[in-house]
Ligand binder design. Structure first.
Ligand SMILES: Cc1cc2nc3c(=O)[nH]c(=O)nc-3n(C[C@H](O)[C@H](O)[C@H](O)COP(=O)(O)OP(=O)(O)OC[C@H]3O[C@@H](n4cnc5c(N)ncnc54)[C@H](O)[C@@H]3O)c2cc1C
Length: 409
């Protein structure tokens, strides 16, 4: 039997960052991962890191994005881990006059709040991203955005946690959880029993099944995201690349619970696009988000639509064939907001999840905020927005209910 002060379930970016920050506070930590570190969404994502800077009055989103990019930078530049991080900046392509007007207003609003983004002409965009299509109407440039290698970055957090004294146990699947008579939890894993005073759930798209082991309803749904990659090429693309179409569509209509899907009930509602060139030369793109249960088979039709969208922004891609495709599961909360904090109905039970489609870029700070809360007993004020109390219920209380989280406003 292994004993620890705190046990974390999930070796993705959320769990590994939490482990690192708790261990660096001197807390005793065991992290349990059923596969290898970064074997799920945290290793399968595009590696894009969103940020418009802290702004004048940082809300939760600004903390998660701007805070995470600072942590990534520290890991790369000060902690001796090469995670292929760079503040590359991001280019968001504008295809239509309607999107141009929408983007112009959005950049104005961001600026009034002290965030950093700029409207570029197509010529200016081509000056910094030479492959950018002359057929575009312009671009939003976000200099604060960055990129990193998802597998290397997530593994780096696990290694840093170990360096601070944490134990990281891979190939340990948690199959049962029971509260201990006095305090804490006893976890049955595929490799034996682990007991701890506090339990942190960081199981990504599998928070629902993990909650069920505790008789809790945790309303996180798996959303399939898929990607494709070319073979390695000489340097051709320098920023993270996206397009305005989906951002505009989702601002106007989030589409229900969970929000911001590209395909709903089998029907395409918008096209989403994100991509970059990796250090090894592969150019990778993706964007679709669809409810498919736990199925991670890529859909070739969606890949074709996404590739056409990418070609419209970077026309040279028309001559570069797809070398491989893959898919992963993103942890989507029904109301679009993360769940970071204490599950108040239970003793010493904590959660960090619901990071949806941008959890790689937001995970480091989500883990830090949770670790600081657990360590000090006091939540950062911005965590009010992420309070799990809004939607996590005891299972007996939710039987027969369909929507434990209120839909997004
Ligand atoms: C194709 C795709 C592209 C994406 N692109 C981006 C992007 O560019 N930028 C961005 O910011 N985000 C992106 N995301 C989203 C991002 O990857 C996720 O939000 C983030 O990785 C979630 O991290 P996590 O730690 O919560 O979950 P995960 O990485 O899924 O980790 C959860 C871990 O828990 C483990 N686990 C589950 N159940 C158990 C159990 N019973 N016992 C032990 N272990 C268990 C799993 O094996 C898994 O490793 C993308 C996602 C996908 C799928």
């Amino acid at each position: 039997m292994i004993e620890s002060e705190i046990v974390i379930v999930g070796g993705g970016i959320a769990g590994c960052s939490t482990a690192f920050h708790l261990a660096s506070h001197g807390r005793g930590v065991v992290l349990l991962e059923r596969g290898t570190i970064a074997s799920a969404a945290s290793g399968q994502n595009m590696g894009g890191i969103d940020s418009y800077g802290w702004g004048d009055a940082p809300d939760l989103q600004a903390h998660l994005t701007a805070g995470s990019i600072e942590i990534f930078e520290t890991v790369q530049t000060e902690l001796g881990e090469d995670i292929e991080f760079r503040r590359s900046g991001g280019i968001q392509a504008i295809h239509t006059a309607e999107a141009y007007e929408w983007e112009r207003e959005r950049i104005e609003t961001l600026g009034k709040r002290g965030h950093v983004a700029e409207l570029l002409t197509t010529r200016e965009a081509r000056g910094i991203e030479p492959g950018f299509s002359p057929a575009m109407l312009g671009a939003m440039y976000s200099p604060r955005r960055g990129q990193a290698d998802p597998v290397k970055a997530t593994q780096a957090f696990a290694r840093l946690a170990e360096r601070c004294g944490a134990r990281v146990l891979t190939n340990h699947e948690v199959v049962a959880v029971a509260p201990r008579p006095r305090a804490g939890y006893s976890l049955t894993t595929s490799r034996g029993e682990v007991v701890a005073g506090a339990l942190v759930i960081a199981a990504g798209a599998w928070c629902g099944p993990l909650g069920a082991l505790l008789d809790l309803d945790i309303p996180i749904v798996p959303v399939r995201g898929q990607m494709w990659a070319t073979a390695p090429w000489p340097p051709r693309s320098f920023h993270t690349i996206s397009a305005a179409e989906s951002a505009m569509a989702w601002t106007r209509d989030h589409g229900g619970a969970p929000p911001d899907l590209t395909i709903r009930d089998g029907r395409r509602v918008t096209r989403h696009l994100y991509g970059r060139q990796r250090r090894n030369g592969e150019i990778i793109f993706g964007g679709d988000r669809e409810l498919m249960g736990y199925d991670t088979t890529p859909d070739p039709k969606g890949i074709d639509v996404n590739r056409d969208h990418a070609i419209s922004v970077l026309p040279f891609l028309a001559d570069v064939p797809i070398a491989r495709t893959w898919a992963g599961l993103m942890p989507f909360p029904l109301d679009g907001k993360p769940l970071i904090g204490r599950i108040a109905s239970r003793d010493n039970l904590w959660i960090v999840t619901g990071l949806a489609s941008s959890g790689f870029g937001r995970g480091p700070m989500a883990g830090k905020l949770l670790a600081d809360y657990l360590h000090t007993g006091r939540p950062a004020p911005v965590l009010a927005e992420a309070d799990p109390a809004r939607c996590i219920r005891e299972r007996a209380h939710t039987l027969g209910r369909n929507e434990p989280c209120s839909p997004i406003e």
